[in-house]
Design a protein around this ligand. Structure first.
Ligand SMILES: Nc1ncnc2c1ncn2[C@@H]1O[C@H](COP(=O)(O)OP(=O)(O)O)[C@@H](O)[C@H]1O
Ligand SMILES: [Mg+2]
Length: 268
Protein backbone atom coordinates (compact mmCIF):
# COMPACT_ATOMS: atom_id res chain seq x y z
CA UNK A 1 0.00 0.00 0.00
CA UNK A 2 1.32 3.45 -0.80
CA UNK A 3 0.64 6.38 1.45
CA UNK A 4 -0.01 9.59 -0.41
CA UNK A 5 1.65 12.79 0.76
CA UNK A 6 -0.61 15.70 1.71
CA UNK A 7 -0.78 18.38 -1.01
CA UNK A 8 2.08 20.86 -0.80
CA UNK A 9 1.46 24.33 0.57
CA UNK A 10 4.41 26.64 1.07
CA UNK A 11 7.66 25.05 -0.02
CA UNK A 12 10.97 26.77 0.75
CA UNK A 13 14.16 25.09 -0.43
CA UNK A 14 17.72 26.17 0.22
CA UNK A 15 16.65 29.78 0.55
CA UNK A 16 19.37 32.38 1.03
CA UNK A 17 18.68 36.06 1.44
CA UNK A 18 21.40 38.68 1.73
CA UNK A 19 20.62 42.37 2.14
CA UNK A 20 23.38 44.43 0.55
CA UNK A 21 26.17 44.66 1.20
CA UNK A 22 26.57 41.63 3.46
CA UNK A 23 23.66 41.16 5.92
CA UNK A 24 22.78 37.48 5.79
CA UNK A 25 19.09 37.48 6.76
CA UNK A 26 18.31 33.85 5.81
CA UNK A 27 20.84 31.06 5.42
CA UNK A 28 19.80 27.83 3.70
CA UNK A 29 16.22 27.82 5.00
CA UNK A 30 14.18 24.72 4.22
CA UNK A 31 10.50 24.45 5.08
CA UNK A 32 7.73 22.28 3.66
CA UNK A 33 4.20 23.06 4.88
CA UNK A 34 1.17 21.00 3.87
CA UNK A 35 -1.63 22.91 2.14
CA UNK A 36 -4.24 24.17 4.58
CA UNK A 37 -2.01 24.07 7.66
CA UNK A 38 -1.99 26.78 10.33
CA UNK A 39 1.71 27.22 11.08
CA UNK A 40 3.29 29.63 13.53
CA UNK A 41 6.86 30.91 13.32
CA UNK A 42 8.65 32.01 16.42
CA UNK A 43 12.19 33.27 16.73
CA UNK A 44 14.28 36.08 18.14
CA UNK A 45 14.14 39.57 16.75
CA UNK A 46 16.23 39.97 13.60
CA UNK A 47 16.28 36.27 12.65
CA UNK A 48 14.57 36.89 9.32
CA UNK A 49 10.89 36.18 10.01
CA UNK A 50 9.60 39.27 8.24
CA UNK A 51 11.99 38.64 5.37
CA UNK A 52 10.67 35.10 4.99
CA UNK A 53 7.03 36.31 4.96
CA UNK A 54 7.80 39.00 2.39
CA UNK A 55 9.52 36.47 0.15
CA UNK A 56 6.50 34.13 0.49
CA UNK A 57 4.21 37.04 -0.42
CA UNK A 58 6.35 37.76 -3.48
CA UNK A 59 7.22 41.30 -2.38
CA UNK A 60 10.88 40.60 -1.60
CA UNK A 61 13.52 39.03 -3.81
CA UNK A 62 16.14 36.44 -2.86
CA UNK A 63 19.51 35.34 -4.17
CA UNK A 64 19.38 31.57 -4.01
CA UNK A 65 16.87 28.81 -3.53
CA UNK A 66 13.32 27.99 -4.58
CA UNK A 67 10.05 29.17 -3.05
CA UNK A 68 6.65 27.89 -4.19
CA UNK A 69 3.07 27.83 -2.97
CA UNK A 70 0.72 25.02 -4.04
CA UNK A 71 3.25 24.05 -6.70
CA UNK A 72 3.46 27.55 -8.18
CA UNK A 73 6.86 29.28 -8.06
CA UNK A 74 7.01 32.58 -6.19
CA UNK A 75 9.80 34.84 -7.38
CA UNK A 76 8.91 38.44 -6.68
CA UNK A 77 5.38 38.01 -8.09
CA UNK A 78 2.84 39.37 -5.57
CA UNK A 79 -0.80 38.25 -5.72
CA UNK A 80 -3.92 38.86 -3.60
CA UNK A 81 -3.93 35.08 -3.18
CA UNK A 82 -0.99 35.50 -0.77
CA UNK A 83 -1.77 38.40 1.53
CA UNK A 84 0.18 39.85 4.44
CA UNK A 85 -1.42 41.18 7.63
CA UNK A 86 1.07 43.57 9.23
CA UNK A 87 1.28 44.68 12.84
CA UNK A 88 0.03 48.09 11.83
CA UNK A 89 -2.20 47.72 8.78
CA UNK A 90 -2.36 50.72 6.51
CA UNK A 91 -5.89 51.51 5.44
CA UNK A 92 -6.59 54.01 2.68
CA UNK A 93 -7.16 57.21 4.72
CA UNK A 94 -9.56 58.69 2.16
CA UNK A 95 -11.91 55.67 2.23
CA UNK A 96 -14.36 54.78 4.98
CA UNK A 97 -13.95 51.55 6.96
CA UNK A 98 -16.50 49.71 4.83
CA UNK A 99 -15.15 51.19 1.59
CA UNK A 100 -11.66 49.95 2.48
CA UNK A 101 -12.97 46.37 2.57
CA UNK A 102 -15.08 46.86 -0.58
CA UNK A 103 -12.06 48.29 -2.42
CA UNK A 104 -10.04 45.13 -1.75
CA UNK A 105 -12.88 43.02 -3.13
CA UNK A 106 -13.27 45.20 -6.23
CA UNK A 107 -9.52 44.96 -6.86
CA UNK A 108 -10.02 41.20 -6.96
CA UNK A 109 -12.60 41.64 -9.74
CA UNK A 110 -15.81 41.43 -7.74
CA UNK A 111 -18.47 43.80 -9.17
CA UNK A 112 -19.06 46.99 -7.18
CA UNK A 113 -22.52 46.21 -5.79
CA UNK A 114 -21.51 42.70 -4.74
CA UNK A 115 -18.29 44.04 -3.17
CA UNK A 116 -20.31 46.60 -1.18
CA UNK A 117 -22.66 43.93 0.07
CA UNK A 118 -19.88 41.55 1.12
CA UNK A 119 -18.02 44.40 2.85
CA UNK A 120 -21.22 45.23 4.73
CA UNK A 121 -21.55 41.60 5.85
CA UNK A 122 -18.01 41.66 7.28
CA UNK A 123 -18.76 44.90 9.13
CA UNK A 124 -21.97 43.44 10.60
CA UNK A 125 -20.29 40.16 11.57
CA UNK A 126 -17.67 42.14 13.49
CA UNK A 127 -20.31 44.28 15.18
CA UNK A 128 -18.71 47.38 13.64
CA UNK A 129 -21.88 48.92 12.12
CA UNK A 130 -21.33 52.12 14.09
CA UNK A 131 -17.94 52.58 12.37
CA UNK A 132 -18.86 51.58 8.80
CA UNK A 133 -18.75 55.15 7.48
CA UNK A 134 -15.91 56.38 9.69
CA UNK A 135 -12.51 57.18 8.19
CA UNK A 136 -9.38 55.40 9.49
CA UNK A 137 -8.16 58.49 11.37
CA UNK A 138 -11.40 58.43 13.38
CA UNK A 139 -10.95 54.79 14.48
CA UNK A 140 -9.07 53.34 17.44
CA UNK A 141 -5.98 51.25 16.71
CA UNK A 142 -7.87 48.06 17.55
CA UNK A 143 -10.78 48.87 15.22
CA UNK A 144 -8.40 49.86 12.41
CA UNK A 145 -6.62 46.53 12.81
CA UNK A 146 -9.97 44.71 12.77
CA UNK A 147 -10.91 46.40 9.50
CA UNK A 148 -7.47 45.56 8.11
CA UNK A 149 -7.88 41.89 9.02
CA UNK A 150 -11.41 41.84 7.50
CA UNK A 151 -10.02 43.42 4.33
CA UNK A 152 -7.52 40.59 3.93
CA UNK A 153 -9.84 37.72 4.93
CA UNK A 154 -12.76 39.05 2.82
CA UNK A 155 -10.69 38.60 -0.32
CA UNK A 156 -10.16 34.96 0.69
CA UNK A 157 -6.42 34.54 0.15
CA UNK A 158 -5.09 30.99 -0.17
CA UNK A 159 -2.12 31.89 2.02
CA UNK A 160 -2.54 34.36 4.89
CA UNK A 161 0.84 35.67 6.01
CA UNK A 162 0.67 37.30 9.44
CA UNK A 163 3.53 39.46 10.72
CA UNK A 164 2.88 39.86 14.45
CA UNK A 165 -0.56 41.21 13.54
CA UNK A 166 -2.04 41.39 17.03
CA UNK A 167 0.95 42.29 19.17
CA UNK A 168 0.02 45.95 19.66
CA UNK A 169 -3.61 45.25 20.60
CA UNK A 170 -5.34 45.08 23.94
CA UNK A 171 -6.46 41.71 25.19
CA UNK A 172 -10.09 41.88 23.95
CA UNK A 173 -9.20 42.93 20.42
CA UNK A 174 -6.40 40.36 20.30
CA UNK A 175 -8.63 37.49 21.39
CA UNK A 176 -11.44 38.45 19.04
CA UNK A 177 -9.08 38.70 16.03
CA UNK A 178 -7.36 35.42 16.95
CA UNK A 179 -10.77 33.75 16.82
CA UNK A 180 -11.68 35.42 13.49
CA UNK A 181 -8.49 34.08 11.99
CA UNK A 182 -9.03 30.61 13.48
CA UNK A 183 -12.57 30.47 12.10
CA UNK A 184 -11.37 31.59 8.67
CA UNK A 185 -8.76 28.83 8.68
CA UNK A 186 -11.17 26.23 10.08
CA UNK A 187 -14.02 26.98 7.66
CA UNK A 188 -11.99 27.65 4.50
CA UNK A 189 -9.02 25.38 5.17
CA UNK A 190 -6.65 27.94 3.72
CA UNK A 191 -2.99 28.09 4.73
CA UNK A 192 -1.94 30.48 7.47
CA UNK A 193 1.65 31.37 8.36
CA UNK A 194 1.67 33.35 11.58
CA UNK A 195 4.76 35.11 12.93
CA UNK A 196 4.65 36.04 16.59
CA UNK A 197 6.95 36.75 19.52
CA UNK A 198 4.39 35.29 21.85
CA UNK A 199 4.84 31.57 22.58
CA UNK A 200 1.38 31.21 24.12
CA UNK A 201 -0.21 32.77 21.03
CA UNK A 202 1.77 30.49 18.70
CA UNK A 203 0.75 27.35 20.57
CA UNK A 204 -2.86 28.48 21.00
CA UNK A 205 -3.32 29.12 17.28
CA UNK A 206 -1.14 26.79 15.28
CA UNK A 207 -1.07 23.13 14.34
CA UNK A 208 2.72 23.32 14.21
CA UNK A 209 5.22 25.82 15.55
CA UNK A 210 8.43 26.46 13.61
CA UNK A 211 11.34 27.63 15.75
CA UNK A 212 13.92 29.81 14.02
CA UNK A 213 17.42 30.32 15.31
CA UNK A 214 19.19 33.63 15.87
CA UNK A 215 20.49 35.39 12.78
CA UNK A 216 21.14 34.19 10.18
CA UNK A 217 17.75 32.55 10.30
CA UNK A 218 17.65 28.80 9.92
CA UNK A 219 14.86 26.47 11.00
CA UNK A 220 15.87 24.94 14.30
CA UNK A 221 12.94 22.74 15.13
CA UNK A 222 9.29 22.10 14.31
CA UNK A 223 6.95 21.34 17.20
CA UNK A 224 3.57 19.65 16.66
CA UNK A 225 0.61 21.01 18.60
CA UNK A 226 -1.82 18.09 18.99
CA UNK A 227 -4.77 20.17 20.18
CA UNK A 228 -8.23 20.10 18.54
CA UNK A 229 -8.73 22.14 15.36
CA UNK A 230 -11.62 23.88 17.15
CA UNK A 231 -9.12 25.89 19.18
CA UNK A 232 -11.67 28.33 20.50
CA UNK A 233 -12.89 25.43 22.67
CA UNK A 234 -9.42 25.00 24.25
CA UNK A 235 -8.79 26.76 27.54
CA UNK A 236 -5.70 28.93 27.53
CA UNK A 237 -4.64 27.40 30.81
CA UNK A 238 -5.18 23.78 29.73
CA UNK A 239 -2.27 21.64 30.99
CA UNK A 240 -1.53 20.28 27.50
CA UNK A 241 -1.26 23.76 26.02
CA UNK A 242 0.93 24.97 28.87
CA UNK A 243 3.23 21.92 28.54
CA UNK A 244 3.82 22.59 24.85
CA UNK A 245 4.36 26.31 25.52
CA UNK A 246 6.93 25.48 28.21
CA UNK A 247 8.78 23.19 25.81
CA UNK A 248 8.86 25.89 23.10
CA UNK A 249 9.94 28.50 25.65
CA UNK A 250 12.89 26.42 26.79
CA UNK A 251 14.07 25.94 23.24
CA UNK A 252 13.71 29.53 22.30
CA UNK A 253 15.43 30.94 25.39
CA UNK A 254 18.84 29.79 24.06
CA UNK A 255 18.25 31.44 20.73
CA UNK A 256 17.14 34.71 22.28
CA UNK A 257 20.36 34.78 24.33
CA UNK A 258 22.41 34.15 21.18
CA UNK A 259 20.57 36.92 19.33
CA UNK A 260 21.23 39.36 22.19
CA UNK A 261 24.94 38.55 22.18
CA UNK A 262 25.07 39.03 18.41
CA UNK A 263 23.28 42.37 18.72
CA UNK A 264 25.82 43.55 21.29
CA UNK A 265 28.71 42.40 19.10
CA UNK A 266 27.43 43.92 15.88
CA UNK A 267 25.78 46.94 17.39
CA UNK A 268 22.40 46.29 15.73
N1 LIG B 1 15.68 46.28 3.91
C1 LIG B 1 16.69 45.83 4.65
N2 LIG B 1 17.97 46.23 4.41
C2 LIG B 1 19.00 45.78 5.15
N3 LIG B 1 18.86 44.89 6.16
C3 LIG B 1 17.64 44.46 6.45
C4 LIG B 1 16.48 44.91 5.73
N4 LIG B 1 15.39 44.31 6.25
C5 LIG B 1 15.84 43.52 7.24
N5 LIG B 1 17.18 43.62 7.37
C6 LIG B 1 18.03 42.87 8.31
O1 LIG B 1 17.86 41.49 8.07
C7 LIG B 1 17.75 40.77 9.29
C8 LIG B 1 16.40 40.06 9.36
O2 LIG B 1 15.37 41.04 9.47
P1 LIG B 1 13.83 40.70 9.63
O3 LIG B 1 13.43 39.79 8.54
O4 LIG B 1 13.09 41.98 9.73
O5 LIG B 1 13.83 39.91 11.02
P2 LIG B 1 12.65 39.64 12.07
O6 LIG B 1 11.34 39.92 11.39
O7 LIG B 1 12.83 38.21 12.46
O8 LIG B 1 12.88 40.56 13.23
C9 LIG B 1 17.98 41.79 10.40
O9 LIG B 1 19.34 41.77 10.74
C10 LIG B 1 17.62 43.11 9.76
O10 LIG B 1 18.32 44.17 10.36
MG1 LIG C 1 9.80 41.20 11.87
Amino acid sequence: MTTSLPPAGLSVRHLHKIYPPDIVALYDVNLELPLGEFTAIIGPSGCGKTTLLKIAAGIETYQQGAVAFAGEAIAGNPSWKRSVIYQDVRLFPWLSAQANIAFALESKGIPKAEAQQQAREWIVRQGLEAYADAYPAELSGGTRQKIGVCRVLASQPDLVLCDEPFSALDWNARESLQHDLLHYWYEQRKSVLFVTHNVEEAVYLAQRVVLMSARPGVIKEIVDVPLPDERWTVRRDSPQLLDIARYVNNHIADEVRKAQLLEQELGY
